[in-house]
Design a protein around this ligand. Structure first.
Ligand code: ARG
Ligand code: ZN
Length: 884
């Protein structure tokens, strides 16, 4: 924390470092009340920037360190021979190559920010990305400085039998007084952000993997003893990821050992440290008794994500933090393709698009909007965003779409070959794809530099006489902070034209036959495509698979959408049509409600839902997606000025109306699924799909208020053979008016799962998200619960995060109580964990979306946070930009 105004850092100011660090030798002495870090660095001048005759000072990054010793070329420096301030250590080398040895003292047990070396429970662990290494020792803490690391960890044997770091173990031994040590050597030069250390009393799940060249890799998952039985799914996911990266990208693992460690206190999901991934336990542990299907899928995706970083991130890393999406966007694209291959491709795409539109689009429209490659930041931790990750992945997906499977693979092969062992930029990535394919992505690169979500408006015209069908496209990207004007972007539109029976009409564009489906690139602000030989006026199926992250609008009537929902041969666009219909219906209802008129149910929506619920051929997971109404968050994002009350009221009204209209179909299907699912548990895709549909039907049916349905729900809660079904029943009860059943279920659940922190996180978050009045009081009471603590990020997300992000009707209470509560928590958390505090600002930062009264209340709270002193740069950046 600092009191002076934090500095903005610009991409345009990037300079290569003055010195390189060839070798880094670290020794950690871990104690209960402090740790000593001894480092020995072999440095050399960057001769591309400086002559040996004019050696610049060496400025090492360091924060919150107690410097105990400085030895330059075996000579201990006296105070005055170097300068230390709150962010750095500066000294003057006298040779172009030299050795520097430092000792710093730190207090991991008091590190509540969970950045650098800290304690999670009884275990020591690290989180260095992005700039946490500087809280361990003075260093050139920037990703373009890559060094070979050797690490020795010394600790009490009894408490810390397991001592881990990156690479391979090379030696170990005993010291007097019950202490022991292990040395690790990582042969691959790496930036400091990939450094990791773990010390604890951990148990091990071990397996092995044979790579495509026949090498055997030792796979290890370390967890606290009580979690030993919950690691099989993560191990399985790891082996499948390793195989997939070989098959799809030709990438083989490089070290002889790969380790995953689960920790309970972790700011993010997980971290790809070389050879030693450290995970939030929520992204490792999964057992049917304690984890939902969603959690299983998250574990699979995150294990894959971190593993894939070994190539896209570690072997080829980022030159500077502005390039973060180089590794994150690419790796999210890789993990989502992996998940698509392991599960249902269409359903995975629907989930990703739903998430992107409700959340990233909102970020793009808010005060923190930034390009996929930002050009400035105050605190880099604030830029681990949906834009850098999810939109970044969409940008890579568009490149994949434009080049095709084979061309894309040629491009990534060249990228990995050309840049192995280097720290590079997004431009280098694009250049490799261009060079391997003879492609030109000059205009495409605007996706990296322009923020905001482009709107793509489409109109059509059919001329029966000439049999010509014209599609007029116009694109415009709204202004974002610092970018008042935008240039047209390359928008790949995957599309088809459908005749009246829903068949695809062969596409003929300007004399060229394109087949039944084509990808057309829209590159101009205004552009018209003329399709020839079109026998009848078609209905266009546009942006299939969401081929570009844009807001598409085409004047479909509700009847058109019904037709597409039933007949589009493309599964994604069938869902999209049903979703579009539901959005249209809900937006209409909001207007009717605001005008004070009675709401009415559009039977076309009922019919679409009826037909899919009865369709036993359709993938049950698809049915579940189609009957899920668009979220409140997405409806808020779509609105010019969001009326939270009207959105909540009409959406709930529509859910109930649908449940009543489809009661018979829903209960028939529910009962079939409940009977079929009551046998042995299966984690296969079709079993998960069946549970997903069953539980979505249950949540609808509960809205009818029928005693019989409450009985089914209670039975499901009691008899469930897995957490997915149990939790779904609990959610339905908690959101129902049946107080007695609700309280009984909550109490029983809490008693049964008190020993399982991740299960209790669910218990907190279900209650925090329940929309009945009085939610804030309930959240306040839950903060007093013995299992709740503000020191654990998962707990904060489960209770405070769920309330502010998922309980919109209560968070936006018109007396401002929700806003004030959140601001208090942000202020409180900023003193212990600025990264988590900063994340919590998001809901308040969106004040421009709401009507004047709420705007004022939200701004008042932002101003109150702003007035705090000290304020972390993390929170300062988000709050000041929100108020700008
Ligand atoms: N590189 C990690 C991942 O995406 C995320 C680490 C984020 N850390 C942070 N302090 N923001 O897999
Ligand atoms: Zn990542």
């Amino acid at each position: 924390m600092r009191t002076e105004q934090p500095k903005t850092i610009y991409l345009k100011d990037y300079k290569a470092p003055d010195y390189w660090i060839d070798e880094t030798q670290l020794t950690f002495e871990l104690f209960e009340d402090h740790a000593l870090v001894h480092s020995r660095l072999a440095l050399c001048l960057n001769t591309e920037r400086h002559a040996e005759t004019a050696l610049p000072p060496l400025v090492l990054d360091g924060q919150q360190l107690e410097l105990q010793k400085v030895v330059l070329d075996e000579q201990e420096l006296v105070e005055g021979a170097y300068q230390v301030d709150s962010d750095s250590l500066t000294l003057q080398p006298s040779r172009a190559q030299f050795e520097l040895a430092l000792t710093t003292r730190i207090e991991p047990q008091n590190n509540t920010a969970l950045e650098g070396l800290y304690k999670s429970g009884s275990m020591f662990c690290t989180q260095c990305e992005a700039e946490g290494f500087r809280k361990i020792t003075y260093y050139l803490d920037r990703p373009d400085v890559m060094s070979r690391f050797t690490t020795t960890v010394i600790a009490e044997r009894e408490r810390y039998p397991v001592l881990l770091s990156n690479g391979n173990p090379i030696a170990s031994g005993e010291h007097e007084g019950g202490r022991h040590w292990v040395s690790w050597e990582d042969p691959f030069p790496k930036p400091a952000y990939l450094f990791a250390l773990v010390a604890g009393d951990l148990c091990l799940l071990q397996d092995s993997f044979t790579t495509m060249s026949g090498r055997t890799i030792d796979l290890r998952i370390y967890v606290e003893p009580e979690n030993r039985t919950q690691c099989d799914h993560a191990m399985d996911s790891l082996k499948r990821s390793m195989r997939w990266d070989e098959e799809v990208y030709g990438r083989e693992y490089d070290l002889d050992i790969f380790m995953i460690v689960a920790v309970n206190d972790f700011n993010m999901g997980a971290m790809e440290n070389k050879g030693l991934n450290i995970f939030n336990s929520s992204c490792v542990l999964a057992h049917q008794d304690t984890a939902t299907d969603m959690a299983f899928q998250r574990v699979e995706a995150v294990v894959a994500h971190e593993y894939f970083h070994n190539w896209s991130g570690n072997r080829v890393t980022c030159r500077d933090w502005f390039q973060l999406s180089l590794k994150e966007g690419f790796t999210v694209f890789r993990d989502s393709e992996f998940s698509a291959d392991m599960n249902s491709r269409t359903v995975k795409r629907i989930e990703d698009v739903t998430f992107l539109r409700a959340n990233q689009f909102a970020e793009d429209a808010g005060p923190m909007a930034h390009p996929v490659r930002p050009d400035s930041f105050i605190e880099i931790s604030n830029f681990y965003t949906l834009t850098v990750y999810e939109k970044g992945a969409e940008v890579v997906r568009m490149l994949h779409t434009l080049l095709g499977e084979e061309g894309f693979r040629k491009g990534t092969d060249l990228y990995f070959e050309r840049h192995d062992g280097q720290a590079v930029t997004c431009d280098d990535f694009i250049k490799a794809l261009e060079d391997a394919n003879g492609a030109d992505f000059i205009q495409f690169k605007r996706w990296y530099s322009q923020a905001g979500t482009p709107r793509l408006n489409v109109r059509s015209e059919y001329d029966a006489a000439s049999r010509e069908y014209r599609l007029h496209f116009s694109q415009v990207c709204p202004p974002t902070p610092g970018q008042p004007e935008k240039q047209p972007q390359v928008i790949p539109v995957r599309m088809a034209l459908l005749d009246r029976d829903g068949n695809e009409i062969p596409l003929q564009l300007e004399g060229k036959a394109l087949g039944n489906e084509a990808v057309v690139s829209i590159t101009e602000a205004e552009q018209t495509l003329v399709f020839e030989n079109v026998p009848n006026c078609p209905l266009p199926s546009l942006l299939r698979g969401f081929s570009a992250p844009v807001k598409l609008s085409y004047p479909y009537s509700r009847d058109d959408r019904v037709f597409l929902a039933k007949h589009d041969p493309d599964g994604f666009n069938r869902w999209e049509a049903a979703q579009g219909l539901a959005v249209d219906v809900l937006q209409g209802l909001v207007e009717i409600h605001r005008a004070g008129r009675p709401l009415n149910l559009d039977q076309r929506l009922v019919e679409v839902m009826r037909s899919v619920i009865a369709d036993a051929e359709l993938d049950a997971a698809m049915v579940a997606e189609i009957i899920r109404l668009p979220s409140e968050a997405y409806l808020i994002e779509l609105a010019e000025v969001a009326d939270v009350d009207a959105i909540h009221y009409t959406r709930e009204w529509l859910r109930r109306a649908l449940a009543e209209a489809l009661r018979d179909e829903m209960s028939a299907r529910y009962q079939i699924l409940a009977a079929a699912g009551s046998g042995a548990f299966s984690a296969k895709a079709d079993a998960m799909a069946a549970r997903s549909l069953k539980n979505s039907l249950l949540s609808y049916l509960m809205l009818t208020g029928e005693q019989q349905v409450v009985g089914w729900c209670v039975r499901q809660f009691v008899e469930a053979t897995n957490m997915t079904d149990r939790q779904a029943a609990l959610v339905a009860l908690v959101n129902s008016p049946f107080e007695q059943q609700r309280e009984a279920a909550l109490a029983e659940f809490a008693e049964r799962w008190a020993e399982y922190p991740l299960v209790m996180d669910q218990w907190f978050s279900i209650q925090a998200a329940a929309s009945q009045p009085g939610a804030l009081d309930r959240v306040r009471k839950l903060m007093e619960h013995p299992l709740f603590t503000m020191r654990n990020p998962n707990k904060v997300r489960a209770l405070i995060g769920a309330f502010a992000n998922q309980n919109l009707i209560n968070f936006h209470a018109l007396d401002g109580s929700g806003y004030a509560f959140l601001a208090d928590r942000i202020i409180e958390l900023d003193r212990s964990n600025p990264q988590i505090a900063s994340r919590l600002v998001t809901p308040l930062s969106r004040w421009r979306k709401f009507e004047p009264k709420r705007q004022e209340l939200m701004k008042t709270e932002l101003a109150r946070i702003m007035a705090q002193s000290p304020l972390s740069p993390d929170v300062y950046e988000v709050v000041s930009k929100s108020l700008a």
